[in-house]
Design a protein around this ligand. Structure first.
Ligand SMILES: C[S@@+](CC[C@H](N)C(=O)[O-])C[C@H]1O[C@@H](n2cnc3c(N)ncnc32)[C@H](O)[C@@H]1O
Length: 506
């Protein structure tokens, strides 16, 4: 149905400035209005307006039609998991988003905000080359967009696929499985777990859990593996999210440090049951809004620097209509550090693999002396032929070094050169697998470093833009995203300025 006038109402929560900006932009992109007027609670929009497009607005809660007020899909999703009254900030844990913590997780609203601003309609197919815990893939599922993700971290892929699988199972079915699981948990023989078996996995886990908790979490794992059939990864992911809370690591620390705070008083089994029940309730509420998904989106374990080679084995390999991602920081968050227990407990990595996994991430700060020398040589000869401004910038950082800088700081210019080389490979790959005129949107963080006592503010988005252009992308726009928190455990560390970089394939 097409209408000629509507009133749009903003949500009741507090907006960041960029969200108001995106709200204006989605009106323009989705509704193509002839006039837009700001009014008390939102906007009055005049033009030839498609009602279906109104439902897709993310930064609005309601719109008017002749016959009354109607909720947007986003408002229905966000309020589906609210416990009480008015919230100060938007809800980010609705649907399956609360399955598992993940450092650097997207705020879900921004994904659909970006899809709207880019004008990506339902049934399109998009790719997220750094999909992390799958926020893009889940939000695409909510809006009937096909999406494929890849990540080099096996835990990221595991969490993403557990979320996506959940969307395709009736919540009541998961509730029945949970009941059966909890009723049979006591039947698992604990005695065999009390005996210590020597294996790298067990040695590692025993060093990070008390004996009693180790036995409990292993019982839970065995029960899940034996009693939940095809749905075991959903329940394993839910249990994995509790591991750090029950470990001897300080749970809120971004690095691995020995615990000083007391262990929780509730047993891991009870905490699991409670978490799983809340998750299933949220899933059920979201399924009331978006239905049960028939063909879930999917995440692949893949290095996005080698996406072309790797994707030859994927079952589904279309030409993509768009790419949307948040790449790692130039000197990355310690993704793997806080996930070590989950990676080992879920058997996704051996304790020995962990260092390699970390060192292999784009943006990793792990550097051996040999690697550092290799990348110093690469910078010197500009081995990867980075565009001159970016190469010169890395050289400038190198020139600023002095003996007062320790090993980590001495590595910064070479880490930056490696990061930009990695991102160059990703820009080339995505250009190859997307359709003509496809947009590529990246939410990119800024960085800074201190060399010889001098502060360098590294404008990563501007440098990435130059690389993208040198690879053949057109630059459409760079939109600042002020006070956008990637994570909030340590607000002092939370990144405050990011940029939405929008590129377009010619
Ligand atoms: C900022 S996070 C993405 C978070 C994601 N948007 C979410 O909502 O969870 C960046 C991700 O890039 C992944 N990554 C780093 N290097 C990679 C590479 N070479 N190939 C694929 N993924 C990589 C990391 O494992 C991490 O999950």
């Amino acid at each position: 149905m097409t209408i000629t006038e509507t009133l749009l109402f903003l949500h009741n929560y507090r907006y960041f400035p960029y969200e108001k900006d995106l709200a204006r932009r989605e009106i323009e992109a989705l509704l193509s209005p002839s006039e837009v007027h700001r009014n008390g609670q939102g906007f009055k929009v005049i033009g030839s307006i498609d009602e279906v497009a109104l439902k897709r607005l993310v930064y609005f809660q309601k719109y008017t039609l002749d016959s009354g007020f109607f909720d947007t899909l986003q408002h229905r999703l966000e309020t589906s998991c609210l416990k009480t009254g008015r919230q100060k900030r938007q809800s980010t844990r609705y649907s399956v988003h609360g399955l598992h913590e993940y450092k650097g997780k997207f705020n879900p609203q921004i994904v659909r905000g970006i899809l709207n601003v880019l004008g990506i309609p339902p049934k399109s197919t998009i790719i997220d080359p750094f999909c992390g815990s799958g926020t893009t893939l889940v939000e695409c599922s909510h809006s009937e967009v096909n999406a494929l993700g890849c990540d080099i971290n096996p835990l990221a892929v595991f969490i993403s696929n557990a979320k996506l699988q959940s969307l395709s199972v009736e919540a009541q079915r998961l509730r029945d499985i949970l009941d059966r699981l909890m009723n049979n948990l006591n039947l698992i023989d604990k005695n065999c777990l009390l005996q210590i078996r020597q294996s790298p996995r067990e040695d590692y886990l025993r060093s990070w859990f008390t004996k009693e908790i180790f036995v409990e979490i292993e019982c839970l794992r065995i029960a899940i593996e034996n009693l939940t059939g095809n749905h075991k990864n959903i329940f394993l992911a839910l249990a994995s999210d509790l591991l750090r809370d029950y470990s001897l690591q300080e749970p809120l620390d971004l690095r691995v440090r020995r615990r000083k705070t007391p262990l929780p008083t509730q047993s891991p089994g009870e905490a699991f049951q409670q978490k799983a029940a809340i998750f299933i309730n949220n899933l059920e509420a979201a399924q009331d809004v978006v239905g049960v998904k028939q063909e879930p989106n999917y995440a692949y374990l893949c290095d996005s620097r080698e996406i072309i080679k790797n994707s030859e084995q994927w079952s589904h390999r279309p030409a993509y209509d768009a790419a949307v991602t948040s790449p790692p920081y130039a000197t990355a968050l310690p993704y793997i550090d806080t996930q070590r227990l989950s990676l080992v407990w879920l058997d996704l990595a051996t304790p020995k693999d962990l260092r390699f996994l970390d060192a292999n991430l784009t943006g990793s700060r792990e550097f051996t002396k040999k690697k550092k020398n290799f990348w110093a040589e690469s910078l010197k000869s500009n081995r990867n032929q980075l565009v001159s401004e970016v190469h010169s910038y890395c050289c400038e950082l190198e020139e600023a070094l002095s003996d007062t800088d320790g090993f980590r700081r001495q590595a910064v210019p070479y880490l930056m050169y490696r990061y930009f080389s990695d991102m160059q490979a990703v820009f080339r790959n995505i250009l190859e697998i997307t359709k003509i005129e496809a947009p590529f949107a990246l939410v990119v963080g800024h960085n800074h470093t201190i060399l010889s006592g001098q502060r360098f503010n590294i404008d990563t988005p501007a440098l990435l833009k130059k690389i993208a252009i040198s690879c053949g992308w057109g630059h459409q726009e760079s939109i600042p995203l002020q006070t956008y928190h990637r994570y909030s455990i340590h607000s002092a560390n939370a990144v405050r300025t990011e940029t939405l970089l929008i590129l377009k394939k010619p």
